[in-house]
Write a protein of this length. Structure first.
Length: 364
C-alpha cells in the first residue's frame, strides 16, 4: 500500500489495528517522558533511546485501562500526540479497551502512541527546501541570515529544478530528484520542509506525497508553502501585477494550506508571501519611489527583474530573503543588525509585507 493510501485510510487502520492489538509501542520525539497512570507502562526518554521493551512493545494483557501523561524535560514542552488523542487539548491520553477485544487477537501490534516535545527556545531548524528558480535564491540566503539573527543551529539542504519541474509533484515524479529529497528526509532530522507552487501542477497531489513521506521520517516536521510572483511582469501594469498576485495568494496558497491542515490535524502548515516583495517593488518603481533601480527589467543587476520572464534581480532577492527570515524565525527586522545597502529601507518593507500577511497563515 502506498503512503497516500495509508494516509487516506489512517483512521480506519488505526481503529482496526488497535482493536486487534496486544502491543502498542510508544515513541518519543524531542525530550520528555511518557508516564503511565498505572506505573507499569512508563516510557522515559532514556528507555526510548535504549530501545526498552516498554517503548518498543508496550505489551497489553487483559483490560487496557490506562492514561499516559507527556512530561517534558527542562527547557522543553509537550506539543501533541500522534495517532491517538490527536484532538487532546492537554498532555494526557487515555485508553479503555475491554480484555475480550485484546485477548481475541494476540500477536498484533497497533500504531505507536507518539509523544512530541518541542524546545522552549528555537535555535534553528534542520531545513529542506525544494523548488524552482523563483524559489531557490531565497532559500540560499537563509544560512547567513539565520546565523546573523542568532539562529546558529540552522542547517539546510536545497534541491533545485527549473520551472514547472520544481513543483512538488514534478519533483516527486522525477526519480532522481525524488531519491535525493528522500535521502535528506530519511535522516529523520528534517523539522522544516519548504515547498513552492507552479500552476502546471495545481492540485494537492505533490504536497500530499511529500508530507506523507516526511511525516513518516519525522512526525514533527513543519511545512511551508512559499508563493512566488507572476511571470512576465512587463506585460502587467504595476497595480494589476499586485492585485492579481494578492488574489492568487489567497485563492492558491491559503487554499493549499487550509486543505493540508484539514488532512493532517496538528501538523504545522504556513505560508511565506515572498511574491508580495516583487509586487511591492514594482509599485514603488512605478510611483518613482525606488531610486535603487534604473529599470523594471535589466540584466545589469540594477533592476527588479533580471529578464523579461521575471527572474529576480538583486534587490528582489534581498527583500525576499528578509521576508523569509521574518516568516520562518519571526525576527523583528526593525532591530535586525543588517544593512542591505539600498536607499529604500528593505527591512521596513519586509516587516510591512509580513504585517499585512493574514496571521492565520503565519507560522504557529
Amino acid at each position: 500500500m502506498n503512503t497516500r493510501c495509508s494516509r487516506l485510510l489512517l483512521t480506519f487502520l488505526v481503529t482496526v489495528l488497535f482493536a486487534a492489538a496486544c502491543n502498542q509501542p510508544i515513541e518519543i520525539v524531542g525530550e520528555g517522558d511518557v508516564i503511565s497512570a498505572t506505573g507499569t507502562r512508563d516510557c522515559t526518554l532514556a528507555d526510548h533511546t535504549a530501545g526498552s521493551t516498554n517503548c518498543t512493545e508496550n505489551a497489553i494483557v487483559g483490560d487496557y485501562d490506562e492514561t499516559y501523561t507527556g512530561v517534558a524535560a527542562t527547557g522543553w514542552h509537550f506539543h501533541r500526540w500522534v495517532n491517538y488523542c490527536t484532538a487532546a487539548t492537554d498532555n494526557t491520553c487515555s485508553f479503555d479497551v475491554e480484555a475480550g477485544v485484546i485477548d481475541a487477537a494476540q500477536g498484533f501490534t497497533a500504531a505507536p502512541l507518539v509523544a512530541i516535545f518541542r524546545p522552549d527556545v528555537i535555535t534553528g531548524f534542520d531545513s529542506l527546501f525544494i523548488g524552482h528558480s523563483f524559489f531557490v535564491p531565497f532559500a540560499n540566503g537563509m544560512p547567513a541570515h539565520a546565523a546573523d539573527a542568532g539562529f546558529t543551529d540552522h542547517t539546510q539542504d536545497v534541491v533545485f529544478s527549473g520551472g514547472a519541474s520544481g513543483a512538488p509533484e514534478a519533483l516527486w515524479n522525477n526519480a532522481g530528484k525524488r531519491a535525493t529529497i528522500q535521502g535528506h528526509l530519511d535522516s529523520g532530522d528534517v523539522d522544516l520542509f519548504g515547498m513552492t507552487y507552479h500552476p502546471t501542477y495545481p492540485t494537492l497531489t505533490g504536497y500530499e506525497l511529500w508530507v506523507d513521506y516526511a511525516l513518516e521520517q519525522n512526525p514533527d516536521t513543519r511545512f511551508f508553502v512559499a508563493m512566488p510572483w507572476l511571470t512576465n511582469p512587463g506585460s502587467f501594469t504595476a497595480s494589476d501585477f499586485s492585485a492579481i498576485w494578492h488574489a492568487a495568494e489567497v485563492a492558491i496558497s491559503h487554499d493549499i494550506i487550509d486543505n493540508l491542515r484539514a488532512q493532517y490535524p496538528g501538523v504545522d502548515f504556513y505560508g511565506i508571501p515572498y511574491g508580495h516583495a516583487a509586487a511591492e517593488l514594482y509599485e514603488l518603481f512605478d510611483a518613482g519611489q525606488l531610486p535603487d533601480v534604473d529599470s523594471l527589467v535589466s540584466a545589469s543587476g540594477d533592476a527588479i527583474f533580471s529578464d523579461s520572464f521575471g527572474h529576480a534581480d538583486d534587490i528582489l532577492v534581498d527583500l525576499g530573503q528578509l521576508v523569509w527570515l521574518r516568516a520562518i524565525y519571526d525576527v523583528d527586522l526593525s532591530s535586525y543588525d543588517y544593512d542591505p545597502g539600498y536607499t529604500v529601507d528593505l527591512l521596513a518593507l519586509a516587516d510591512a509585507i509580513m504585517d499585512e500577511h493574514d496571521p492565520a497563515y503565519d507560522a504557529p
